[in-house]
Design a protein around this ligand. Sequence first.
Ligand SMILES: Cc1cc2nc3c(=O)[nH]c(=O)nc-3n(C[C@H](O)[C@H](O)[C@H](O)COP(=O)(O)OP(=O)(O)OC[C@H]3O[C@@H](n4cnc5c(N)ncnc54)[C@H](O)[C@@H]3O)c2cc1C
Length: 346
Amino acid sequence: MVGGGVIGQVSAFALARARWTVTVVDPSPGLGATVAAAGMLAPGGEAAPGEEENHRLHQAALDAWRELVDEIAEVTGETIAVHGVGTLVVGLDAGDRRLVEQYAGVARGYGVALRALARRDEPAPFEGLSARVTQGVLAEGDAWVDPDEVMARVRAANEALGVEYRGATVRRCTADGVRVVVETDGAPLEGELGLVATGSAGLPGGLEAPPATSVRPVRGMTLRVVGPDRYHLPMVRAYVHGRPFYVVGRAGRYNVLGASSEESPVRAVELGELQRLLRDGLEVVPELETADLLETRVGLRPASGDLRPFLADLGGGWWWSSGHYRHGVTLAPVAARRLLDAVGPA
Ligand SMILES: Cc1cc2nc3c(=O)[nH]c(=O)nc-3n(C[C@H](O)[C@H](O)[C@H](O)COP(=O)(O)OP(=O)(O)OC[C@H]3O[C@@H](n4cnc5c(N)ncnc54)[C@H](O)[C@@H]3O)c2cc1C
């Protein structure tokens, strides 16, 4: 397994459960795009025009998540919390409210059960939002997980199943017709099968992408703050003067604010990007005004040409799983299943 982000490690878990002997090779497992993710499993709140197929996949992933949680608990006795709080989608100005209406039309067209809410009738879900937000739609089926918790629990389960972790960068991947070979700065590794799950980093040397299969980095930033207690509230996805913003409230008054989106391979905190995110966040959730900024987290989302995830057979025993873009945490159990269906049990 070349790459130990959420896709590589959850895939490693599926393979190890199917009796494969697995080695994950990654200099910093879990610290790629995965570390920046908010962890929303939100097929309802994130339904987007022209993405019905992706939506169906995200919906299936939500069920697959509940099974994954049970499977991990069977191995370690430790569970991963899936918080089914739903997503409240709102707009700040008149144009934003039109965007909410458009979103609701698309989501309902995909079969998402949405509840239209008026703040004066049901104020509770709107707690802490700007007084300008008077209505919204609630996608009740959505949930969130904490990606830090996910990575810790999946790794513990993998280690319990005998998965080995090697802290190394893979320089080159080859195949001799019988074995796959992974070259690092240390001793090479050999195996029957190789999966590349390097997110936006793409293929290491020695492997070639099939025609029309590509991945590019799209930078995103989330802010972590301690402030208002929004743990009991739905996730909020807002349009703010046409730009998307979200807040996910975790336990201990910890909130995740996101997310920026820039076509860039540079993992840096740009001030303009940070300012836009903060300005939009404070405008729609004024109670964040006195929150303490803990950290910014930046990740490079792996986007394919058609924005769909893929599992590509590279030949010689090599596979490539990427393109999970804005939804890799959501899609991890589906990606793992897809790989296992392709390669079968050991
Ligand atoms: C700001 C932000 C918010 C997000 N929010 C959400 C969300 O709420 N819900 C959701 O579902 N998704 C979300 N995502 C998307 C999600 O984070 C990604 O789709 C997902 O993390 C991709 O996982 P991955 O394992 O493919 O890549 P990564 O997590 O990037 O992992 C790739 C791994 O490969 C390793 N690697 C790279 N090259 C090599 C090499 N040559 N040798 C060895 N190892 C290598 C890296 O060290 C890294 O650990 C968000 C992303 C961002 C940036």
